[in-house]
Design a protein around this ligand. Sequence first.
Ligand code: NAD
Length: 308
Amino acid sequence: MSEFAGARVLVTGGSGFIGRRLVATLLAEGAEVVVADLNAHPDPEVRSVVGDLRDPGVRGEAVSAGLDGVVHLAAVTSVLRSVEDPAGTYEVNVAATAGLLELAREREVPRFTLASTNAVTGDVGSAPITEWQALRPLTPYGATKAAGEMLLSAYSGVYGMQACALRFANVYGQGMGHKDSFVPRLMRAAAEGAGVQVYGDGTQLRDYVHVDDIVQAVQVAWRTGHNGPLVVGSGRSVSVNELIEAAREVTGAPIPVEHVAAKQGEMPAVVLDTSLAKTLGYEPRHDLTTGLPTVWPDFAPGGVEGQA
Ligand SMILES: NC(=O)c1ccc[n+]([C@@H]2O[C@H](COP(=O)([O-])OP(=O)(O)OC[C@H]3O[C@@H](n4cnc5c(N)ncnc54)[C@H](O)[C@@H]3O)[C@@H](O)[C@H]2O)c1
């Protein structure tokens, strides 16, 4: 039987890209799910607390006594937006997280899982990123996630909360029509017969992880009771050029590329060491060959986005 059968779980950001996929899995496994988000969950059967988690009243309604755990996904997720509005990003990603943790403590919620990012470590050269490197985030987004991780560490250390920060790689998969990361940009370009801009020569390495493997990592964190950070990725980095080639194969579109000057702070390589997650039972099931075809239908002419 699934560890989620009968469990009461609050998923903040449950109406977003990763959240919708997670909520569907939790429901299928017999969990009782409450979503807290700016937008109601598209399935009216799912109980939604609709509002801004910066508002203590919204947090108070969301974190009810009797919950078995919180999966905290709601955030300012755009690095660019965090650069434009660092103070606003702090309010959502740090202050609201602190408020949720405090309510979880007061209401004796035993588990708290935070969606963090591998960007908390900043530039480590071409060394594989592990859980144990110093945190040197290079953007307000990375800094606010690092701050969230520190808060979790304290609530675990002092109050015995099972608190895990999952450091996601670049996530892709079905349901990302509203996102502006590189995979949806490629899909949009393919659908529109357009091209994409690539910073530098495209040889920079990145780890692209499928949303279903992210959902699996949340399950692993819950099942094992892991405390602290956990690096979550596909475990295999590919170059941006390889990703573009894979997108061309899946979409059948030429997707021409314009190389532009690399942005300052553009990292030459992101290589993830996922061995700790693997010792806990995490086994990514997707690579780009199986994963990218799940993204294209949302963008393909006549597909879900095309019909909107
Ligand atoms: N997608 C990725 O590649 C990736 C990588 C690393 C980490 N993450 C983290 O994973 C989490 C989920 O990301 P996603 O890609 O599903 O993003 P998303 O933007 O699709 O979903 C985020 C959800 O949070 C909600 N939200 C934002 N601010 C809120 C607020 N103040 N109050 C209530 N709800 C609010 C939004 O309405 C949205 O539904 C985020 O914490 C993000 O930082 C994502």
